[in-house]
Design a protein around this ligand. Sequence first.
Ligand code: ADP
Length: 479
Amino acid sequence: MLPSELLDGIDLVAAGRALPQDRWFEVRNKTSGQVLARLPRMTAEDASAAVDEAAAALEPEPPLETRRAWLEAIAGLLQAHKSELARIITLEHGKPLKESAVEVEYTAGFFAFFARQMDRLKAEVLPEKLRNCRWTIHRRAAGVAGLITPWNFPLAMLGKKLAPALAAGCAAVIKPAAQTPLSTLAICGLARRAGVPDGRIRVVTGPAGPIGQVLCRHSAVRVISFTGSTEVGKLLAAQTAPHVKRLAMELGGNAPFIVFPDADPAAALDALMANKFRAGGQTCVCTNRVYVHESLAESFSRAVAERASRLKVGDGMDPTTDIGPLIDRAGFDKVAAHVADALRGGARRLAGDDPPRPENDWGAFYPPTVLTGVKPEMLVCREETFGPVVAISTFRDEDEVLEAANSTPFGLAAYLFTRDAGRAGRMIRRLRFGHVGLNTGTGPTPEAPFGGMKESGYGREGGVEGLMEYCETQVVAEG
Ligand code: ADP
């Protein structure tokens, strides 16, 4: 039944309790609708039991060298099974196989990076005696970590949380997105092969609300790392507040992409194409708003439309596909509503058309679409479209575009293209975004801390900061 040998024995990971027939849900191929797997629809009690099991697995704490070996082994296993993992991602998510393979590499990079950072967890003794004491600073494992992940990078979004959690000595209870839980189960199976004891990683599949509440309330969960919508992030912040829990949140974005007249237009075009259409535009670092200087706007927009119309939409398993289906019908409806709203408001469509609405949560294909004459009040500017839509506005000067770019409650990623170093410096200092691409559309890397400003969240993933999210600092003053 399960679509990969990497998923054999997943019942052991997914708590595997005997469940009645009506307590299973189906995971489907996002292109064909074929059922890939049936997984348990776990309850709050199951989630609570998973947290108890994880808490019981915390002690004895495995030595730092053991944890380093786990991370290195998982990185190696991810590389060794790259094509099979990529297949699982493409089946359950829909993105092109070539992108899924890059996602596996990127995920392995987090395990390899945090394996190299383990020495940062060693106790540190201050060089001088202060207040007549010797001072030692310990980084202790925070405890059980609740990891809640989205569907857009089903493997990578987990890897960037699980690697530092294991490194720090935490146990993890994972709640994957219902659309894409198979990548999670596959990597957990690999973690077991790498020697991570069973209880140290538990996966809870099923309705998000009750499971989320358990993670927020259970006293053994000391840190929650969440990637997803701002709406759910706010709910988790409220739910954890009475329990005083550490929360790291990477929430929605609304990334501006700014092209100044002194930019290299060919480089800007290449970067926009790669950045905007990754995962069909369904990532929080994907460009959402394009601001092109008025002197370039017409030629640049035409070039984008020409390139966009050449992208091939289809089954991600086909190696020639550039864009797979959107994740589900709700995703399709949002994109269609944004485009309709822009057209009603006077925007022009240079590429794309109105595709048929999918009847189900699969086969939700949407053509690459390019809109010009976009205005700030349109939905494509105000909200994250999460689809293959390039929404282009024009600007005259630095102050105007800076104000437009910052006029959003979000602050995750921004991109600017200019060859003037002075301008770049002025702009970057005032852009309120946690990740800025200067003359590049590149997103995060395991080695650098990534996260948002404003309502895009707090806490960081990747970099040393990403490791410290899972540690509690304890200081010993020894007289
Ligand atoms: P998206 O729009 O990407 O689906 P969500 O924020 O809805 O974003 O989902 C991200 C993750 O959060 C998924 O694993 C989802 O199941 C989970 N989630 C959704 N609602 C809740 C909730 N009330 N409590 C905890 N997790 C939730």
